[in-house]
Design a protein around this ligand. Structure first.
Ligand SMILES: Nc1ncnc2c1ncn2[C@@H]1O[C@H](COP(=O)(O)OP(=O)(O)OP(=O)(O)O)[C@@H](O)[C@H]1O
Length: 296
């Protein structure tokens, strides 16, 4: 069944309208930011360090008070969506205390807490959901391992499994590809594609610009506010990249024509302001097609 708004309009996944966030220090990290993330899409959140990506996540998670504007999730205020366990968060590696002695399956079970009563005694269904989530990220064999013993990519997959076990309809992923090998990245991208087809909402912050046109239907460019957002095919262009990363990137060559002969054809070449070329990896060519709206 398609979720409908008051006037019969389909309800978007995440809608941020005119959002302003000012920290207690007086720093305004986001000013008048507006964008929407439709259901059944993967949306990239891109911008330089300090541009406000994490702040935007915090606003969606209800972690910071808004100085202005509003955020709705699946047509509900943030508080209500959180209460209903609809929002799952896959954190950056730095936000987690890896020395804390906890097993992989316990981390994933945390995703079930919101579904349990205050005694937090897992039911058979909870155990099944944990096993299924671990299987979906290919981490079943690691379920009895301490989280601290895992590689960066394995840790990411465990937190993705926690989001799956939570049955989050809105999944926020903060830098899921940092410290991850190519195979894990491919597995995560494939899983995100499946979750998209299930009609979930995914917002992914990433510094891996090259892969954005590859797997993100939409892109939100952040620089103290949302400077552009929309289908990747329309927004992921040199003008917006220049506006968001200007000073850092001078050229963004998608054509591949200027690439070295022996370069990987999937490379996208970027030349930084100080003329030092660096390369980020990803496909050139056509961005992911806009998926058809699913009736769910
Ligand atoms: N808790 C806080 N208190 C005060 N200022 C903060 C706080 N968190 C972030 N800021 C400031 O808000 C601005 C945006 O920071 P934010 O962490 O949202 O950026 P980001 O785009 O996520 O950066 P990165 O890519 O490095 O993770 C920065 O100027 C930062 O210094």
């Amino acid at each position: 069944m398609m979720m409908m708004g008051g006037r019969g309009k389909p309800v978007d996944g995440i809608v941020a309208e005119d959002v302003t966030v000012t920290y207690r220090t007086g720093v305004t990290a986001l000013k008048h930011a507006s964008f929407s993330v439709p259901r059944g899409t993967i949306t990239a959140l891109v911008g330089v360090n300090g541009s406000g990506k994490s702040t935007l996540f915090k606003a969606i998670m209800g972690f910071v008070p808004l100085a202005g504007g509003r955020v709705t999730i699946l047509g509900m205020p943030v508080r209500e969506a959180l209460k209903k366990n609809l929002v799952a968060y896959v954190p950056q590696a730095e936000e987690v205390d890896w020395t804390f002695p906890v097993l992989v399956e316990d981390v994933v079970m945390m995703g079930r807490y919101g579904h349990m009563n205050w005694l937090r005694i897992p039911s058979r269904h909870d155990h099944e959901m944990v096993a299924e989530a671990l299987a979906r990220v290919n981490m079943s064999d690691f379920r009895k391992r301490q989280i601290g013993e895992l590689s960066g990519g394995q840790r990411k997959r465990v937190f993705l499994a926690r989001a799956l076990a939570q049955e989050g309809q809105v999944i926020l992923l903060d830098e899921p590809f940092t410290g991850v090998d190519v195979t894990t990245e491919e597995q995560i991208v494939e899983l995100l594609g499946t979750l998209r087809d299930e009609g979930r909402v995914m917002l992914v912050s990433t510094h891996n610009l090259g892969s954005v046109p590859d797997f993100c239907d939409r892109t939100v460019f952040v620089k103290g506010t949302v400077i552009a957002s929309g289908p990747t095919a329309e927004t992921f262009n040199e003008a917006n990249l220049e506006r968001a990363f200007g000073g850092v990137l001078r050229h963004f060559i998608l054509s591949g024509q200027d690439l070295h002969e022996d370069a990987d054809p999937r490379q996208v070449k970027v030349i930084s302001d100080d003329e030092r070329p660096f390369v980020i990896y990803g496909a050139k060519g056509s961005p992911a097609a806009e998926p058809e709206k699913t009736d769910q």
